[in-house]
Design a protein around this ligand. Structure first.
Ligand SMILES: [Ca+2]
Length: 231
């Protein structure tokens, strides 16, 4: 202890040594300060950068298009209803989301106590690009109670009218997924079969030979917009 103290005293008592130690100390502190500032400056930029990709709230303005057609379908026959979906029908910057179909009929024979006919419908899974395997789809149905038959087809993937959050660099990237105009374009074919039912079979005055069936196509299209969210 004595020796060390005397050694240090010796070192610090020497002018050159003091200058040298001071210079080394300053150099060390400057280097440390520089490295620390570099770390915090550039690393923090990098860390912030990772969370700097903006989030977008994508919302959809829905526009429903409706077309209706009524046909008189003879007993025991099948008739097709067609829906043509093309650019003239779909507004610019809008896309085809999904389709609802309502098939309706009533008993129109005027025969006394004539029961409702049997109507069955089948939407052929072809003609347009759609999510034909979607589990929400309802492509066929029937009724013998004069009740409406409801069908549904998911056309644009994942579209259900609710907002989605997208992380992307630009607004165009955020809207890119929601800007595919190939979905839903083409022609759909709904087959409708009628089998009449009558109260008394074979009685000429009670003949029920056909039925009027109305098909209402309700196509939901959408215009997507994106708004940047505060991170
Ligand atoms: Ca009938």
């Amino acid at each position: 202890m004595e020796e060390e103290t005397s050694y240090l005293t010796l070192v610090f008592s020497d002018e050159d040594s003091r200058v040298y130690i001071f210079a080394v100390l300053v150099a060390f502190l400057l280097t440390a300060a520089y490295q620390t500032s570099v770390f915090f400056y550039f690393k923090s930029e990098e860390i912030i950068g990772k969370y700097d990709v903006p989030s977008w709230d994508v919302s959809f303005e829905s526009i429903d298009l409706s077309e209706e057609e009524t046909q008189i379908i003879a007993d025991g026959t099948t008739s097709s209803y067609f829906l043509e979906i093309d650019d003239s029908m779909i507004m610019e910057n809008s896309y085809v989301g999904f389709l609802n179909v309502v098939v309706s009929y009533e008993e129109t024979s005027d025969n006394f106590a004539d029961p409702c006919d049997f109507v069955s419908v089948n939407l052929r899974p072809e003609g347009i690009l759609a999510q034909w395997d979607n589990e929400s789809n309802s492509l066929s149905g029937s009724s013998d109670q004069c009740s409406d038959i409801l069908l549904f087809v998911q056309i644009y993937p994942s579209f259900d009218q609710s907002n989605v959050t997208v992380v992307s660099e630009t607004i165009d990237d955020a809207l890119d997924y929601w800007s595919n105009e190939t979905y839903g374009k083409g022609e759909l074919n709904l087959e409708v079969e009628v089998n009449t039912q009558q109260r008394v079979e074979g009685l000429p005055t009670q003949q029920d030979t056909d039925e009027a069936v109305t098909v209402n196509w309700r196509l939901t299209t959408f215009v997507p917009t994106a708004k940047q969210l505060d991170n």
